[in-house]
Design a binder for this molecule. Structure first.
Ligand code: F6P
Length: 493
């Protein structure tokens, strides 16, 4: 089994002479002002949850946008700060963006064009030429930071996600000796969908400048290869999943991302989490008897939160015997709220919750409790542990690490996961109760199945899912990518 120790050994052995650099838009830690004092926070992001343990194990430098309002206060002259802030293991180098750059690159092209384009959830992408120009400029800014950091040394640059699709090309144009891999954390749609992007060719050429390109599942790799085949002059080897473009080879492979199973499982067993479970119960007026359902999401229109609420509504309509016996706790972190489609989803969630609580609630019992405040890692873990059933209902999702975090946290081998079949995670976690979040009646029945599942069956399923996540953990994901890259680039077998 892969652990942080043997991942460290692999990096020492294979990438001994190389600098190890991760680049992403989102930073793993941000510094913010809280009542004039500077505190640090961990942003709500699957990407950083996954990559932080890898960087802790490997060391190196992580280059990312400094988005916290106190970020600039704590960095050195090279814009670097040691992280994790309480026990530094690697360097975080922050890049500064003006509001105009953030607007066009992050809120604009990344999240109003590429994000809805890649997630098939019927939100129309917005293609704005000035956003695209800013996206290019910001990719250049990241490229300059990487090149400055590398200097004349040998380096392996591990790029993350759709914000930085052009980065590898910009790096390699300046220094072809730098090795790059990019992991695309969201789905890749079919060619008919992607071809509406006016700048599809530049994006594909940018991605094909990487030595290795990773997606969560084979299906997304195939969609990508089809997209390339229909739009660029390339040679595609379908056996080895390699693309030759402008004389250069890119290997396109699936690497299902995961979580630090052992660390999560250990945290779940801590005394602090146990105390938080009691706090949460007392604060929410839960007296031990009720069935608790939970959902924990970044508030995004891809996560299927309204669909889950509609299923809960239908559940109480169909099975009124559960009124006053079941409570659903939705915890959510606000996200990208400057974008109109995100404002709309927040309003839709508010009005659905209000309506459902009005329709089914009696006395002090309300079927839905929405926790909108920032919750500590202990409180989030307490919520996972309190849940009799836990819902992940994405309409489309590359992987969904919230589902894997839930499984890793249930060391008691209890709790039922209700999981959308449209997540990458559903390919691995077949012992969850799988649902189509668009099909409200079937979803409502799945809630009943989860609630009424006998203990032995719950344990059998949870045990199997835990074995799987334990084996296919985040260290395996990183080791598989590094081993693949090394094999491909250095001709090792
Ligand atoms: O997992 C996909 C992703 O876009 C990551 O790139 C990102 O860290 C996460 O979702 C959260 O989004 P954001 O960084 O825009 O808050």
């Amino acid at each position: 089994m892969w652990t942080k120790e043997n991942l460290f050994e692999l990096v020492q052995e294979k990438l001994r002479d190389y600098m190890f650099i991760v680049v992403s838009n989102r930073e793993p830690y941000s510094h913010v002002y809280s009542a004039r004092k500077i505190v640090w926070e961990v942003p709500a992001s699957g990407l950083t949850v996954a990559l932080d343990p890898v960087m802790r194990a490997c060391g190196g430098t992580w280059i990312a946008h400094g988005s916290g309002d106190a970020d600039a206060e704590v960095v050195d002259k090279d814009n670097k700060v040691g992280v994790p802030p309480n026990e530094p293991r690697y360097s975080l180098k922050r890049i500064w963006l003006s509001k105009k750059e953030e607007e066009g690159y992050y809120y604009g092209f990344s999240n109003q064009a590429l994000w809805p384009l890649c997630h098939i959830v019927y939100t129309r992408p917005v293609f704005n030429e000035s956003d695209w120009n800013t996206y290019k400029q910001v990719n250049e800014l990241f490229a300059r930071a990487v090149l400055e950091e590398v200097g004349q040394r040998k380096a392996f640059v591990f790029i993350q996600d759709y914000h930085l699709a052009l980065l590898a090309k910009l790096i390699k144009d300046a220094n072809p000796n730098i090795i790059t891999a990019l992991f695309w954390h969201i789905p890749w749609p079919n060619p008919e969908v992607f071809r509406i992007c006016p700048w599809q060719d530049e994006i594909l050429k940018g991605l094909l400048s990487n030595n290795l390109l990773g997606f969560h599942i084979r299906y997304h790799c195939n969609n990508f290869l089809e997209t390339v085949d229909r739009s660029l002059e390339t040679r595609i080897d379908r056996e080895s999943h390699e693309v030759i473009h402008s004389g250069k080879k890119t290997s396109v492979q699936p690497f299902p991302i995961s979580v630090d199973f052992e660390a999560i499982s250990r945290h779940a067993q801590s005394a602090e989490v146990k105390a938080e479970m009691e706090n949460l119960r007392a604060r929410l007026g839960l007296d031990n008897g009720e069935i608790i359902g939970a959902g924990l999401d970044r508030i995004d229109y891809t996560k299927g939160i309204p669909d889950r609420l509609r299923a809960i509504d239908r559940f109480f309509e169909k099975f009124p015997e559960y009124r006053k016996r079941m409570v659903f706790i939705q915890a959510g972190v606000a996200s990208r709220v400057r974008i109109p489609s995100y404002q709309a989803i927040n309003e839709e969630i508010d009005s659905l919750e209000w309506e459902i609580n009005w329709k089914h609630g009696t006395g002090h019992w309300k079927p839905i409790i929405h926790l909108r405040e920032h919750m500590s890692p202990d409180a989030l873990m307490a919520l996972r542990r309190l849940a009799h059933f836990f819902v992940v209902s994405s309409l489309h999702d590359g992987m969904n690490l919230v589902a894997k975090e839930f499984v890793a946290s249930r060391f008691d081998e209890d709790g039922v996961l209700i999981l959308s079949s449209f997540t990458g995670a559903a390919r691995e976690l077949g012992d969850a109760v799988l649902v189509n979040p668009f099909a409200t009646d079937h979803f409502a029945e799945a809630i009943k199945t989860a609630i009424e599942m006998p203990e032995a069956e719950r344990q059998r399923r949870m045990r199997k899912m835990r074995e799987l996540v334990q084996e296919n953990n985040i260290y395996k994901w990183a080791a598989d990518m590094i081993s693949d890259l090394v094999k491909f680039e250095f001709g090792e077998s």
